[in-house]
Design a protein around this ligand. Structure first.
Ligand code: GLU
Length: 368
């Protein structure tokens, strides 16, 4: 799949939808285009005295509404195509939930596990400074937020750097969202994406007619669910789904998964992940070394809540879930989508299902 382009996949959805409109072809081209793609390299000093050159991006997909909005991802797999696709998804996500922002996304190509906290702080502060230099951040211009590999701590560093440069700006705290509550953040932002995933699934399974077509009973109660990813989105989605009566039978992490047909305790799994860095040592379930296999396990609802490109044309024919709930951005490729739809699998699309995060970011921005 080396020729796979996430951005092309996203664009092909626009082409598909565009056919249902009267828009001229040139306008569809403009809707797809990334307005600004900024790639930059900068050095940071390591704790041992050495240096690393960091490669990073900020992509502003659409300026039709300002500021543009979207998270910053820290991952060693970050690349330009990915950041462009994620920025485009932000445009469509904001439009769908009528949050008045254009779409953007940032990426820093690092494995966070390779760096000490002070080094991550240097990486984040310098990233922010580079954005300031080029006018790529500001409460009325471009407002970052957390994404894969980042959280409230990183947003606090960004906010502190930004306000240091612009102490006179009365709106300066609105230059980034997802900040800690004690540093001008907003209650509920951390849980917001997972909470939205929960409500989206709960609503979908409440429609008796649709459930009948899938051979399922209406309601969350007793639904067997496998979640991929126990990060912020995966954990909160699983927690609320479990509290809502569903049974979490599997959790797949990048370094191994856990399965138990009778259900897992999400809080216990999170504690284990925090203390040991993995969940495979959990003694009330079967460890699954190659956790990608779990996407093909028997379940009612599959919740990919990690990264894009997880359900592909290779594993889609083996997916047994009746509902695939896209908590992550772009977890099902376009080719895989066609296969799943042919099998009558219901897909709850990412830009609807995970829009809770940016929605609460909007409230934080407004408050700031
Ligand atoms: N990174 C999140 C997303 O993909 C949140 C973006 C934001 O709050 O601006 O939707």
């Amino acid at each position: 799949m080396s020729d796979y382009s996430f951005f092309n996949d996203v664009c092909s959805y626009v082409d598909k939808a565009g056919k249902f409109t009267e828009h001229p072809i040139g306008l569809i081209e403009q809707i797809k285009a990334c307005n600004s793609v900024y790639k930059f390299n900068y050095p940071i000093r390591l704790a041992d005295g050495g240096y690393h050159v960091i490669t990073a991006w900020r992509v502003q997909h659409s300026h039709h509404r300002l500021p543009v909005k979207g998270g910053i991802r820290y991952s060693s797999n970050v690349n330009e195509d990915e950041v462009m696709a994620l920025a485009a998804l932000m445009t469509f996500k904001c439009a769908l939930v009528d949050v008045p922002f254009g779409g953007a996304k940032g990426g820093v190509c690092i494995d966070t596990g390779d760096y000490k906290v002070q080094e991550l702080e240097s990486i984040t502060r310098r990233y922010t400074t580079e954005l300031i230099k080029k006018n790529f951040i500001g409460p009325a211009l471009d407002v970052p937020a957390p994404d894969y590999g980042t959280g409230a701590r990183e947003m606090a560093w960004i906010s502190d750097t930004y306000t240091t440069f612009f102490p006179e700006q009365i709106n300066a705290y609105g230059a980034v969202t997802g900040k800690p509550v004690s540093l001008h953040g907003i209650r509920g932002r951390t849980e917001a994406t997972g909470r939205g995933v929960f409500y989206g699934i709960k609503e979908a399974v409440s429609i008796a007619e649709d459930m009948k077509a899938l051979g399922l009973q209406p309601g969350l109660e007793g639904k067997k669910i496998i979640v991929q990813g126990l990060g912020n989105v995966g954990y909160h989605s699983a927690k609320y789904l479990q509290e809502g009566g569903a049974i979490i039978t599997g959790v797949a992490e990048y370094n191994g998964g856990i399965y138990n047909e009778d259900g897992l305790d999400i809080e216990e799994l999170l504690q284990l992940k925090k203390s040991s860095g993995a969940i495979t040592g959990y003694n009330k379930g079967k460890a699954v070394e190659n956790s990608l296999e779990m996407l093909e396990y028997e379940c009612d609802i599959l919740v990919p809540a990690a990264l894009e490109n997880q359900i592909t044309s290779e594993n889609a024919p083996n997916v047994k879930a009746k509902i695939v709930a896209e908590a992550a951005n772009g977890p099902v490729t376009k080719d895989a989508e066609a296969i799943l739809l042919k099998k009558d699998v219901m897909i709850l699309p990412d830009l609807y299902l995970n829009a809770g995060g940016v929605t609460v970011s909007y409230f934080e921005w407004l408050k700031n």
